[in-house]
Design a protein around this ligand. Structure first.
Ligand SMILES: C[S@@+](CC[C@H](N)C(=O)[O-])C[C@H]1O[C@@H](n2cnc3c(N)ncnc32)[C@H](O)[C@@H]1O
Length: 281
C-alpha cells in the first residue's frame, strides 16, 4: 500500500468533524509505522475515539505518555496539579499517584523530582497495565485495587506527595460529556457520584493516615465543587488551600497533614497563594 497523503487524511478527518484536522493528520502519519496502520488509525478517529487513544500516546508535562484503549486520557489541565506538587514538595522522597489511570501524574512527578520512590494504584486493570508501562522507567510500582486498599501497608504515615486525580463528574452530568469521554473512557474514571465528590471524600477521610508529617494531598476538582470539597478536607483533618489556574481552567486543592498529627481533626482553610496560581475572589 502506498503512503497516505497528508491532505487526504486531513480532509477525511475534517469531514468527520475533527476541528484540528491538519494537526491530527500530521500526528497520525508521524506515529503510524505503516500505511496500513495509518488507515486503521484514521478509521478509529473517524469512529470517534479520542485522538490520544488512536495514537497510543498523549503529551503530558513534557512527557510522551502511553495511553491504551479504554484508559482515561490525561488532561492538560492536570499538569497544574503536577506543577503545584513539584513546587511545594520538591524534596519529596515518596510519591503516590492514587487513581492513577495511565500513570501520567506519577510519571511527571517522578521525572520532576530527584529519584523518589513512586507507587501508583487504580481499580481498573487496563489502567494498571498502562501505568506499569509509563512508570517502568522510574522504577514505579503499580498496584490494583480500591483506593488505599491497593497500597502496601508499609507506606502508611510516609507519603510526601499523595496525588489523587479522582473521578469527579456528578452522575447526572456524565451524559452531558463529549462523546469521546462518554463513549470511550470508562465510567469508573468519570462518575464521582451524586455531587461528584464520593471518591474525593473517601480519599480525604483516609489520607491523613498515609501522609508523612507535612505531606501533601493534591486533588483536582471543578470550580463549582470547591466549597464542598474544602469541607471534605476539613472533615478529614487536613489544612487546605486552593490553587487556581485560569489559563488551564484548573482547580487544585492542596491538603497538608500537620506535623505530629496522624488522626483526623478540625481543619483550618489557609487562604495563602499557591505558587504559580491565583486565588479566586
Ligand atoms: C479522572 S481519572 C484520572 C486518571 C489519572 N490520574 C489522570 O489524571 O490522567 C480517575 C481514575 O480513577 C480510577 N478509579 C476510580 N475509582 C477508583 C477507586 N475506587 N479506586 C482506585 N481507582 C479508582 C479510574 O479507574 C480512573 O483511572
Amino acid at each position: 500500500m502506498p503512503p497516505l497523503q497528508l491532505s487526504s487524511v486531513a480532509s477525511t478527518l475534517r469531514a468527520a468533524g475533527c476541528v484540528f484536522a491538519e494537526d491530527e493528520a500530521e500526528l497520525i502519519l508521524s506515529t503510524a509505522r505503516t500505511p496500513e496502520e495509518a488507515v486503521g488509525m484514521v478509521d478509529r478517529r473517524v469512529a470517534g475515539l479520542p485522538l490520544e487513544q488512536v495514537l497510543g500516546w498523549a503529551e503530558f508535562h513534557g512527557l510522551r505518555v502511553t495511553v491504551a484503549p479504554g484508559v482515561f486520557v490525561p488532561r492538560r489541565r492536570t499538569e497544574f496539579l503536577v506543577e503545584q506538587a513539584l513546587a511545594l514538595g520538591r524534596n519529596a522522597s515518596l510519591v503516590v499517584d492514587l487513581c492513577c489511570g495511565s500513570g501520567a501524574v506519577g510519571a511527571a512527578l517522578a521525572a520532576g523530582l530527584r529519584g523518589p520512590e513512586v507507587h501508583a494504584a487504580d481499580i481498573d486493570p487496563a489502567a494498571v497495565r498502562c501505568a506499569r508501562r509509563n512508570l517502568a522507567a522510574y522504577g514505579g510500582r503499580v498496584h490494583e485495587g480500591d483506593l488505599f486498599d491497593a497500597l502496601p501497608e508499609d507506606l502508611r504515615g510516609r507519603v510526601d506527595i499523595l496525588a489523587a486525580n479522582v473521578p469527579y463528574v456528578p452522575t447526572d452530568q456524565v451524559a452531558l460529556l463529549p462523546s469521546e469521554a462518554r463513549d470511550h473512557e470508562p465510567l469508573v474514571a468519570l462518575d464521582g457520584g451524586p455531587d461528584g465528590l464520593d471518591v474525593l471524600r473517601r480519599v480525604t477521610a483516609e489520607a491523613p493516615r498515609w501522609l508523612a508529617p507535612g505531606g501533601l494531598l493534591l486533588v483536582e476538582t471543578s470550580e463549582r465543587q470547591v466549597a464542598l470539597a474544602v469541607e471534605a478536607f476539613g472533615q478529614g483533618g487536613l489544612d487546605v488551600r486552593l490553587a487556581v489556574s485560569a489559563e488551564l481552567y484548573a482547580n487544585v486543592l492542596i491538603g497538608t497533614r500537620r506535623q505530629g498529627s496522624s488522626q483526623p481533626r478540625k481543619s483550618r482553610t489557609i487562604a495563602s497563594k499557591a505558587p504559580g496560581s491565583s486565588l479566586p475572589g
